[in-house]
Design a protein around this ligand. Structure first.
Ligand SMILES: [Fe+2]
Length: 270
């Protein structure tokens, strides 16, 4: 799924251009080559984790809470003024490509505001590092693999969102990639939440409900999932995309808003 900032759709229609078929072909080609590269990159790491008696690629979902310290640092960032992303801000080549707007894409884009982490980098980096340092030992222990951050974005989901990532879907990443969703506020029907359905329990979705700040590690490629919007206000979320790696690297990265980024271990931006 592509994610584009709301503001990009408020530009005059004269800025909208038609998708270039050559560009689409290039994107699809890079994506396919990227999947092969990710598979080659990931396989030895997963094999190694199995040799250690753990199964890094078998863990579908795990969750946990966050300390008060992490929560206050996260809220410091989420309380900072929002400056929505513009197309000119993003390194996301695909977002520019799909500037040919159709109704569905417009509806998806209108559902969330994306925080511009670059404008508040010291606060964001502090919150990011604090949270990831707290979560990482749990994920390493559960999977038996090391992981590195390859992308992140912070967004505020608006009420009544029900398209794209707020409808049942899988993300379609290569096997080496997972996501961590970090929520500073409690999750429930009123404030918004996250639901998932394991492959072995189709038709019986799980709903995450929490009293405080929380995180969810999810194999978004195999587990059907959907974000649930709040009834009023916004549901803040920090999304972190990670890939299995030889050594841990939890430093902040933000390459673009497209959920498929980065396409390959070798090409991080186009
Ligand atoms: Fe997703």
């Amino acid at each position: 799924m592509s994610i584009i900032s709301t503001d990009s759709y408020r530009t005059p229609t004269s800025h909208i251009h038609t998708i270039n078929e050559g560009s689409v072909f290039k994107y699809e080609l890079v994506k396919r080559v990227g999947r092969i590269q990710w598979a080659q990159y990931a396989q030895p790491i997963f094999l190694n984790s199995r040799l250690l008696g753990k199964k890094g690629d078998d863990l579908l979902v795990c969750t946990g809470g966050l300390s008060d310290d992490s929560r206050s640092k996260l809220n410091l960032f989420f309380d900072s003024p929002i400056r929505k992303f513009l197309l000119s801000d993003t390194l996301d080549w695909y977002a520019r490509l799909v500037n040919n707007v159709d109704d569905q894409e417009q509806k998806i884009a209108a559902q969330s505001d994306f925080y511009n982490c670059s404008d508040h980098l010291p606060v964001f980096r502090d919150a990011f590092q604090n949270v990831m340092n707290e979560i990482y030992p749990h994920i390493y222990e559960s999977t038996g693999c090391h992981w590195r951050v390859i992308n992140s974005c912070a967004l505020a989901t608006k009420p009544n969102s029900d398209f794209g990532m707020y409808n049942w879907h899988t993300d379609g990443f290569p096997n080496a990639i997972r996501k961590i969703l970090i929520f500073p506020d409690p999750l429930n029907d009123d404030s918004g939440t996250f639901e998932y359905e394991e492959p072995t329990s189709e038709g019986c979705p799980h709903k995450i409900e929490t009293n405080g700040s929380s995180w969810i590690f999810c194999d978004v490629n195999r587990v059907k999932h959907r974000g649930r919007p709040p009834k009023k206000g916004v549901r803040n979320c920090l999304q972190v995309t990670i890939a299995c790696a030889e050594t841990a690297d939890m430093s902040y990265k933000q390459l673009g808003l497209n959920a498929h980024y980065p396409l390959s271990p070798l090409i991080e931006q186009l």
